[in-house]
Design a protein around this ligand. Structure first.
Ligand SMILES: Cc1cc2nc3c(=O)[nH]c(=O)nc-3n(C[C@H](O)[C@H](O)[C@H](O)COP(=O)(O)OP(=O)(O)OC[C@H]3O[C@@H](n4cnc5c(N)ncnc54)[C@H](O)[C@@H]3O)c2cc1C
Length: 235
């Protein structure tokens, strides 16, 4: 579907991550985890980029979440205000939680920074639909303040026993009491002992996804148990 829609809200998630919400046409349907092409006007004309949909199909709006890079597309997105028009085309992609009943009984999600965007869609969907799917999210960020959707995920873990989040911080402040360091085999074994039974969803900047794929290979997770989404443009 190719359509024009209105911006309804802009939300600052962290120092360099924003979410933009759009009016969702009644006929626009998508699977949690899919992406759309977003076209915005910048100083040099129009720019189009892939962005994952961070909202869940259970929500009445459409949302994308973007890391601000200071480049023309990111700047144009950051400048959008309520009532502005954008063009969207989609949905596309197979990095999804397929089926209303959820495809897998046990999922391990590995992500960092902006890679959270399609995973947020899947997590919100699984919780809203109360799917019989156990999800553990490992989410790595430099600082506590860089954790997007932190409060929302904490609230969801309290409401939905089948969802758990392990935030890890690589450059912790002395006040950080949680897990530290990059996502590692030790961390996965400790916080997700049944990891061999899980289907893994990995999403993030290309280099991070590559290194997590190597990690899962070392941990003997079969390739058919791994789904991945690469975000180029950040390495
Ligand atoms: C399936 C998919 C889903 C995605 N989902 C998301 C998402 O949910 N959120 C998100 O933030 N991103 C997402 N991305 C990545 C997104 O599409 C962009 O690639 C990324 O955000 C960078 O865009 P930018 O405009 O900010 O930076 P760009 O301007 O594209 O810069 C990216 C890189 O290119 C270099 N560069 C820029 N212009 C030039 C030039 N003229 N010559 C040489 N080098 C140049 C820059 O230095 C930088 O290293 C997704 C990508 C894919 C493929």
């Amino acid at each position: 579907m190719n359509f024009e829609t209105d911006v309804t809200e802009s939300i600052q998630r962290t120092g360099d991550i924003i979410s933009i919400r759009f009016a969702r046409p009644a006929e626009f349907d998508y699977s949690p985890g899919q992406f759309i092409f977003v076209t915005v006007g910048s100083g040099d004309g129009e720019v189009t980029k892939h962005l994952s949909i961070s909202s869940s199909p259970t929500e009445g709006f459409l949302e994308v979440t973007k890391r601000l890079t200071g480049h023309p597309f990111a700047n144009a997105l950051a400048a959008l205000k309520e009532g502005d028009k954008v063009r969207l085309r989609g949905p596309f992609g197979k990095f999804t939680l397929a089926g209303d009943a959820g495809e897998h009984k046990k999922i391990g999600m590995l992500s960092g920074g902006i890679g959270i965007s399609p995973l947020r869609s899947m997590i919100k969907y699984a919780c809203d639909k109360m799917l019989d799917t156990d999800i553990v999210l490992f989410y790595s960020n430099r600082h506590e303040e860089s954790i997007a959707f932190k409060k929302e995920f904490e609230d969801l873990t309290r409401k939905f026993p089948k969802f758990n989040v392990a935030n890890t911080v690589t450059m912790p402040a002395p006040s950080w009491k949680g897990i530290t360091g990059r996502i590692s085999a030790d961390m996965i074994q400790k916080y997700m002992p049944d990891y061999l039974d899980r289907v893994f969803y990995i999403s993030g900047p290309t280099r991070m996804v590559d290194s997590l794929l190597s990690l899962l290979k070392e941990m003997r997770i079969p390739e058919e148990q791994i789904k991945k989404e690469f975000f180029p443009g950040y390495d």
